[in-house]
Design a protein around this ligand. Structure first.
Ligand SMILES: Cc1cc2nc3c(=O)[nH]c(=O)nc-3n(C[C@H](O)[C@H](O)[C@H](O)COP(=O)(O)OP(=O)(O)OC[C@H]3O[C@@H](n4cnc5c(N)ncnc54)[C@H](O)[C@@H]3O)c2cc1C
Length: 332
């Protein structure tokens, strides 16, 4: 989802990144390649205790044009079989790649995602509605063949020189997928960058890839993994928290190593992935802790709405409220 963030009239932002030129659309929906499912398992902390069914699905694309060609932060496409209500073939759905650039296998041959089953009540007759592609992908068994495309996305990748920056990643739900990938690329790449990942979910049981991220946090001094739970108060929180609330309620306060301190640095880039709308809370959180001037490295706000945060709404994004090139958004 490319977003042109900064109007030309605005002054350059210190610490703006240079993005690499990455390959996209090597495999198009008109000529998908066949991948084979090699792994499928629930990846929420609570497994069956979570109200959501989210699966880590790994697909072997070796021998195809996708092999070795995807980057952490990109997505791939899945073409579900069958037709929609109008008799047209089902359209492609995108899934963020949760594997680092080296793939799950180390050679770029196996890519993975975390896919959430869409389960709902039908608009017309309140019968069970099951999302077409998410359930197709989550139903797939090891050995099943899947039509895949990609890679997709140029704007949600690491900058050309990763060590020039520090990183704050904000995720909700399956928005964690690209951050598993990006964090592993940064940490295994040996860059000295500081990386903080803030993961928001309704309940602790819904946290995705939690155990692996806790391990990375223990293993790497420059990586911090922080959670924000919004519908219960776990032991390590003193209140219910949405992901953006962590900016103001960091367990490290505002001192050295804290999120506030990291956000105040010109080196820091912010990546946001998950539920559409979450970016607004983050912009407000940045404003609250850094003030208008301090937050201007991330978001430029027109005078008429600058002091009235309550009036901010998503229609203002890219109009009165403009994220700078130090902010990367992938919300869906
Ligand atoms: C860049 C990008 C990355 C993404 N990454 C991921 C990822 O990593 N993991 C992931 O799980 N998803 C991801 N998605 C979302 C994914 O592409 C799909 O949109 C999602 O899986 C739902 O597809 P579906 O075919 O299952 O649902 P669909 O069948 O397309 O239904 C979509 C929505 O419409 C509603 N709906 C449609 N018709 C009805 C009806 N008749 N009655 C009631 N409700 C209805 C459903 O409730 C549902 O919310 C990503 C999207 C983008 C754009």
């Amino acid at each position: 989802m490319p977003v042109e963030n900064v109007t030309e009239k605005e002054s350059a932002v210190p610490g703006e990144p240079v993005l690499p030129d990455v390959a996209v659309n090597l495999v198009r929906p008109t000529a998908p390649v066949i991948g084979r499912v090699v792994e499928s398992e629930l990846c929420t902390l609570g497994k069956r205790k979570s109200a959501a069914f989210i699966r880590h699905v790994a697909i072997d694309v070796s021998g195809t044009a996708l092999a070795g060609q995807f980057r952490a932060g990109q997505s791939f496409g899945v073409l579900p079989p069958g037709e929609d209500a109008k008799g047209k073939p089902h359209k492609l759905r995108l899934y963020s790649i949760s594997s680092p650039t080296r793939g799950e296998d180390g050679n770029g041959n196996v890519l993975a995602t975390s896919c959430k089953r869409v389960l709902d009540e039908h608009w017309d007759d309140h019968k069970l509605f099951t999302g077409v592609c998410s359930n197709y992908l989550c139903d797939a068994q090891v050995g099943d063949e899947i039509n895949v495309t990609g890679p997709s996305g140029k704007r949600f990748v690491l900058p050309e020189e990763p060590s020039k920056h520090d990183y704050v990643f904000f995720a909700t739900g399956t928005g964690i997928a690209p951050f598993r990938a990006l964090a592993i690329d940064l940490l295994e790449g040996g860059f000295n960058s500081r990386v903080t990942l803030v993961m928001g979910s309704p309940y602790t049981t819904d946290l995705i890839y939690h155990e692996q991220l806790v391990e990375l946090d223990k293993q790497y001094d420059n990586f911090r993994y922080v959670t924000a739970i919004s519908r219960e108060v776990p032991d390590d929180q003193d209140r219910k928290l949405y992901v953006q609330d962590r900016i103001q309620h960091d367990t490290l306060g505002t001192g050295p190593g804290s999120l506030t301190e990291q956000l105040a640095s010109d080196r820091t880039l912010i990546y946001v992935c998950g539920l559409a709308g979450m970016e607004m809370g983050i912009f407000k959180g940045l404003y609250a802790v850094l003030g208008r001037e301090g937050a201007s490295g991330y978001v430029r706000v027109d005078d008429e709405v600058a002091d009235d945060l309550k009036s901010w709404n998503k229609k203002m994004i890219n109009r009165q409220i403009r994220p700078t090139k130090r902010v990367f958004l992938e919300v869906y």
